[in-house]
Design a protein. Structure first.
Ligand code: GLY
Ligand code: MN
Ligand code: MN
Length: 426
């Protein structure tokens, strides 16, 4: 039997796939230093991070973001990184595993690279194996180390166990003396402190988002459909290099402004409506998350402006509460105090915000805020009977002395918003 793949398959797979598989917005050295930090933190313990499975014509593969954080690899379902700090061969202490190649699958899903010097260079891994070898490597690592460290987020009790815990349990049944410990805070705590290169990508995602909101405002008027505004957003941010939306855009007018995760985006807007736009771009793998609330007519009614200003005051109070050492629940309390004092406590029905990064709701570490964290601040008031939903959301970098609003350039004072609509409306 001839097992040699056709020459054309070999040629194409060598030529086309590494850039598609890797996120090239950060340098391979940044990924390597992240892996080195994990290896140090594990001490003698073994860790494994899986990319996850899936991907089809109907559902795009969404890799585990911690796997992307450690490798930059976005398009290799089934892949894994093994951390084996006690391996006597220093080159095998951090190893990448990729699924075996399958020419028939690749004809449907895209060509994949061979394991060769080009792949090792692009990924920064000096040792890459196929996942067929993973059970043997993991068993050997745990026989030496006797300590399995859970790095993945734990599943809730009515979902399947997290993938590393599931395989560790199976190895522990076969290798005496293996203990399993919780190190699930390690990756969230590393991911939460953004490097300067990551901060730059988040800023670029915010700049692109700003352009999206400006193109939306250029066509905002009574009679326009939310669908057209949604399209204008995407055209605007794509013009500035975005690779797509960071989450399903929320473009809700009238009563839909009060629906927190509204996604139909297909209704006509009416004079006098308020429009809540929670929509942002992703760029270089990093998300922005921005909400602005606009008057459809270009001018807030008296009641809309009153509610708007309460939310804005709450948001400014919360932003002032962001600093190293603060907990998000304390930041939330600063906003909630303003909204409750104004009599709308029951209409602020969600939390103040979340970490932002590779995911729009990024990994959340234990403990208080630290310099380098980026969090959203997004209080809101939702009054269904009045058809008024107001949320204002900015992206805030925690600095050693306090905070910096990365999205400060996107206007939000009521007068500024009205002036902006006047100036942009075509
Ligand atoms: N865009 C979703 C959120 O603000 O959390
Ligand atoms: Mn948010
Ligand atoms: Mn948002």
């Amino acid at each position: 039997m001839n097992l040699t793949p056709p020459a054309e398959y070999v040629r194409r797979s060598k030529a086309v796939t590494i850039p598609a598989m890797m996120d090239t917005s950060l340098r391979p050295t940044e990924y390597a230093s992240r892996r080195a930090r994990v290896l140090r933190a594990l001490k003698r313990g073994v860790g494994i991070v899986f990319a996850g499975e899936g991907g089809s014509l109907h559902d795009r593969f969404r890799p585990d973001s911690s796997f992307v954080y450690l490798t930059g690899i976005r398009d290799e379902p089934g892949a894994a990184v093994l951390f084996d700090p006690t391996n006597p061969d220093p080159l095998r202490r951090c190893v990448l595993f990729l699924k075996p190649r399958n020419p028939e699958m690749e004809a449907w899903d895209g060509f994949r690279p061979p394991i060769d010097a080009a792949l090792r260079k692009a990924t920064g891994f000096t040792r890459i194996f196929r996942t067929l070898a993973l059970p043997g490597f993991l068993t050997d690592a745990l026989r030496r180390s006797k300590q399995a460290c859970c790095l993945h987020k734990f599943a809730v009790y009515d979902a399947p166990a997290s993938p590393d815990l599931a395989v560790f349990r199976r190895v522990a049944e076969r290798v005496p003396g293996v203990g399993i410990v919780d190190m699930s805070n390690l990756l969230p705590s590393l991911r939460a402190v953004k490097s300067s290169a990551e901060q730059l990508l988040i800023r670029k995602a915010i700049d692109a988002t700003h352009e999206g909101h400006r193109s939306l405002l250029a066509i905002l008027r009574p009679g326009v459909n939310e669908r057209d505004l949604h399209r204008a957003l995407e055209t605007g941010w794509n013009r500035k290099g975005a690779s797509g939306p960071a989450y399903n855009p929320i473009v809700g007018g009238g009563v839909n402004s009060t629906v927190l995760h509204y996604h139909a985006n297909d209704q006509e807007l009416h004079d006098g409506d308020i429009l809540c736009v929670d929509a942002a771009a992703t760029l270089g793998g990093y998300a922005a998350d921005i909400t602005r609330t606009y008057p459809v007519s270009g001018k807030f009614s008296r009641e809309q402006r009153r509610i708007y200003n309460i939310v804005l005051e709450a948001q400014l109070a919360a932003i002032q509460a962001v600093r190293p050492g603060a907990y998000l629940h304390q930041v939330d309390a600063a906003a909630r105090a303003v909204i409750e004092k104004a009599g709308f406590g029951d209409a602020y029905i969600h939390g103040i915000g979340h970490h932002l990064g590779l995911d729009v709701h990024d990994a959340t570490p234990d403990g208080p805020l630290r310099p380098g964290n980026v969090v959203t601040i997004e209080p809101g008031i939702y009054l269904q009977n009045e058809k008024i939903g107001v949320r204002i959301e900015d992206d805030i970098l925690v600095t050693p002395s306090g905070r910096r609003n990365l999205s400060a350039a996107i206007p939000k004072a009521a007068d500024e918003v009205e002036a902006l609509i006047r100036s942009l409306r075509r």
